[in-house]
Design a protein around this ligand. Structure first.
Ligand code: ADP
Ligand code: ADP
Length: 229
């Protein structure tokens, strides 16, 4: 069974005062096999965030089906949600909390029992143990991104999803984040990430799907895809 199974996924945004109606996903189907670092590559406006936000439950799909770790996101939302950790693009935590508090609060929200909480261990995994008690607002941009990754992992999901994890970060930090994602994957986590950097997908991902104008136009192991270029 794949980590994620997506079939005939369609998303049509209704027209608003700000924007016309938009068919953002036009019937997308693919599997994310377990154990991969799966890259969803495509230009701005291709539909990457829409797809990720559908997995996260932030966007309501128009039609089609999504299963996460065997759990249908409509029929079995609770288990589907438990199987996935989402790292959003924007930095979302209270800047006055310390990293350890951010993780403890998130664990509480997810109902992780106290004896199973592992906030310190997670901070070590993202190389932030020495900042456990700093104000989060004092962290560098890269540290904040690493804290967001730890936050997505508090309920120990088997799948980690990152939306443009390295958008707007410098080369050094990009490499650090790649290394961290690889470490988490080596520890058994299936990773799905979106990117519009071909180099990022090539360096980091074991499999790449290319999305454009709301359609999947390729889906291959990275070495096959790169061999074609
Ligand atoms: P990407 O993440 O690949 O840049 P998005 O999923 O953000 O692409 O957007 C796909 C298309 O859907 C774009 O044309 C975008 O403008 C449009 N879109 C995204 N969100 C909305 C929304 N809330 N309402 C209307 N159109 C949207
Ligand atoms: P992305 O990094 O995916 O390209 P954007 O900057 O396009 O993100 O979009 C940021 C936010 O604005 C998202 O929540 C997206 O759903 C929303 N959005 C994007 N395009 C539109 C649109 N045409 N109309 C309304 N909301 C939009």
């Amino acid at each position: 069974e794949p980590a994620i199974r997506i079939r005939d996924l369609v998303k049509r945004y209704a027209a608003t005062g700000k924007a016309p109606a938009k068919l953002a996903l036009e019937g997308v189907s693919f599997d994310v096999p377990r154990g991969e670092i799966f890259g969803l590559l495509g230009p701005n406006g291709a539909g990457k965030s829409t797809l990720i936000n559908t997995l996260a439950g932030l966007v309501l799909k128009t039609s089609g089906s999504v299963e996460i770790w065997g759990h249908d996101i409509d029929a079995d939302r609770r288990n589907a949600k438990a199987a996935i950790g989402i790292v959003p693009q924007e930095i979302v935590f209270d800047p006055f909390f310390t990293p350890i508090e951010v993780l403890d609060i998130q664990a509480g929200l997810y109902g992780v029992p106290k004896h199973l909480r592992r906030s310190m261990e997670l901070l070590r995994a993202v190389h932030l143990a020495d900042k456990a008690k700093a104000y989060s607002r004092s962290l560098s941009g890269g540290m904040k991104r690493r804290l967001l990754i730890a936050k997505a992992m508090v309920h120990t999901p088997p799948i980690l999803v990152l939306d443009e994890p390295t958008a707007g970060v410098d080369v050094e930090l990009r490499r650090q984040l790649w290394e961290l994602v690889s470490e988490l994957n080596a520890g058994g986590v299936t990773v799905v990430l979106t990117t519009h950097y071909l180099e990022e997908a090539e360096q980091l991902c074991s499999r790449i799907a290319i999305i454009n104008h709301g359609r999947l136009i390729a889906n291959k192991p990275t070495r096959e895809l790169v061999g074609m270029a």
